[in-house]
Design a binder for this molecule. Structure first.
Ligand code: UDX
Ligand code: ADP
Length: 482
């Protein structure tokens, strides 16, 4: 999960002294140093060298990691930007009180997981981290601030935030903006540098528009003006949920078709290509496989469905919930395919998992389909070897509660040796171009390949069974020699 070694900043750099503060045109703070807060602030610091950007977190280990040789987040290209900015105009700190006091523009980028308890459990967002942050801002502010929601939040959260901030003393005023982040993990730096759009929601009041302009000024340092769109706060909040819901819906739609393809002579890759070439539909997010993971899609669709239920729209809620159900079905189908292909028993068999991250180019495993699939394999009493270039530490944490036979091995050739089957669960490039002939020789026969991301060129692959591509059903036994 860690990225390349970059020099740690000397301990004395934070906190900067007041003289240092005055050197900068603006002082920006981000509360929450996660996958969104860290890279986004690094990009702002890099594009606005005259702004001082501080990132704080309640988790001291996270901050220490941001200040160390090994960043807490693996993201291609991030290390370069951190190297350029850290200790110059980008600072990571645990001192939340001091940071709130000193900064005028505050991004809030704390996580909003799905509630696991009480009313709305399993659907509604858990807003405790966000509310705590709002109360901290109120408590420590000694001057007026612009507060910007970066985290994905339910519609009307800004209104709730305004209510919490309303009791501010004297002349202190807070203006709350919504500025959802659309970066995808693994491509975060490019997404931040060349966004399709930047969305800023504000109140249509004099102060609201003034605050909005402050944010426009930051982004217009590198984002073309026509790509910066402004809306009312609620439209901005809802657009983020809807964008993620639409993307996830495409994945579930093509996955539903993959099930039909497997029953017929159609090939889902061919169907996706033919359908995606219609410019009205487009080719992206039509890659069939074991389904979507990540911290956003499931959570945001469930938020959306919960909102619909709250506003008395059960049919709309059910429509969006079906996107999540289709995702779960796809993973269940994948396991069922493995079982039936391997003679309905996995007990004592060795299965090698290629990829544990929820997608390629990240070490993040949140909601990764690999978690569900590996747990199912272990429940069938299989022996599992997990391989991944960046996610092995997170995989071990995800499976820490399990008493099973698990081995972690980064090298895919070593991981596959002696196994009965390989299951590709993440679309890492390295898995596309492996020497499968060599791998086949090292495996127990008949050897199986379950291509959960549909990424291997099956014509070149001598392993026998692949899924979900139906063409390969005809080759569902491995050749006796490679
Ligand atoms: C998503 C949104 O893309 C991003 O705009 C938002 O800010 C956060 O949520 P992310 O979760 O990082 O980003 O990754 P994304 O690239 O959207 O992939 C999500 C999941 O869908 C992954 O598990 C991926 O493997 C899967 N996926 C994606 C498919 O199964 N098929 C596809 O065709 C595309
Ligand atoms: P995301 O993917 O949205 O960035 P992460 O979980 O990676 O989510 O990051 C959210 C960060 O917010 C975590 O590092 C967490 O410790 C931090 N956080 C949560 N609540 C607070 C708080 N009240 N003050 C400061 N940081 C917080």
């Amino acid at each position: 999960m860690y990225c390349k070694v970059i020099p740690a900043i000397p301990a004395h750099v934070w906190p900067p002294d007041n003289e240092n503060l005055l050197k900068f045109k603006k002082n920006i703070l981000c509360i929450g140093a996660g996958y969104v807060g860290g890279p986004t602030m690094a990009m702002i610091a890099s594009k606005c060298p005259d702004y001082r950007v501080t990132v704080v977190d309640i988790n001291p280990e996270r901050i220490n990691a941001w200040n160390s040789h090994e960043l807490p987040v693996y993201e291609p290209g991030l290390d370069k930007i951190i190297k350029k900015t850290r200790g110059k105009n980008l600072f990571f700190s645990n001192n939340i009180e001091k940071a709130i006091t000193e900064n005028d523009i505050i991004f809030v980028s704390v996580h909003t997981p799905t509630k696991t308890f009480g009313e709305g459990a399993g659907k509604a967002p858990d807003l405790q981290y966000w509310e705590k942050t709002a109360r901290q801002i109120l408590e420590y502010s000694k001057s007026s601030k612009i507060v910007i929601e970066k985290s994905t939040l339910p519609v009307k959260t800004a209104a709730a935030m305004e209510k919490i901030l309303a009791p501010a003393k004297g002349k202190i005023k807070f203006e709350v903006l919504s500025n959802p982040e659309f970066l995808a993990e693994g491509t975060a730096i490019n997404d931040l540098e060349n966004p399709d759009r930047v969305l800023i929601g504000s109140r249509d009041t004099k102060n609201g528009l003034k605050a909005r302009q402050e944010l426009v000024n930051i982004y217009s340092r590198w984002v073309p003006k026509e790509k910066i769109i402004t809306t009312n706060t609620w439209s901005s909040e809802l657009s983020k949920l809807v964008s993620n819901a639409f993307l996830a819906q495409r994945v579930s739609s093509i996955n539903s078709i993959s099930a039909l393809c497997e029953k017929t002579e159609a090939d889902v890759s061919e169907v996706a290509k033919a359908v995606g070439m219609d410019s009205r539909i487009g080719s992206k997010f039509l890659q069939a496989g074991i389904g979507f993971g990540g911290s956003c899609f499931k959570k945001d669709i469930l938020h959306l469905a919960y909102l619909c239920e709250y506003y008395g729209l059960p049919e709309v809620a059910a429509y969006w919930e079906s996107v999540v159900k289709m995702n779960e079905y796809q993973q269940q189908r994948f396991i069922a395919n493995i079982l039936s292909s391997m003679f309905n028993t996995l007990a004592g068999k060795k299965i090698c998992v290629f990829g544990f991250a929820f997608k390629a180019n990240t070490g993040d495993t949140r909601e990764s389909p690999a978690i569900y699939i590996t747990r199912k394999l272990l429940a069938e009493q299989a022996y599992v070897t997990i391989s991944d270039p960046k996610a092995l530490k997170n995989a071990a944490l995800d499976l820490a509660d399990i008493e099973g036979n698990i081995i972690y091995e980064e090298d895919p050739y070593k991981a596959a040796a002696g196994c009965h089957a390989i299951a590709i669960l993440t679309d890492w490039n390295i898995y596309k171009n492996l020497d499968f002939r060599k791998i086949y020789k090292s495996m127990i026969k008949p050897a199986f390949l379950f291509d959960g991301r549909n990424i291997v060129d099956h014509a070149k692959c001598c392993l026998l069974y692949t899924s979900p591509s139906p063409r390969d059903r005809t080759r569902s036994r491995m050749p006796s020699s490679a």
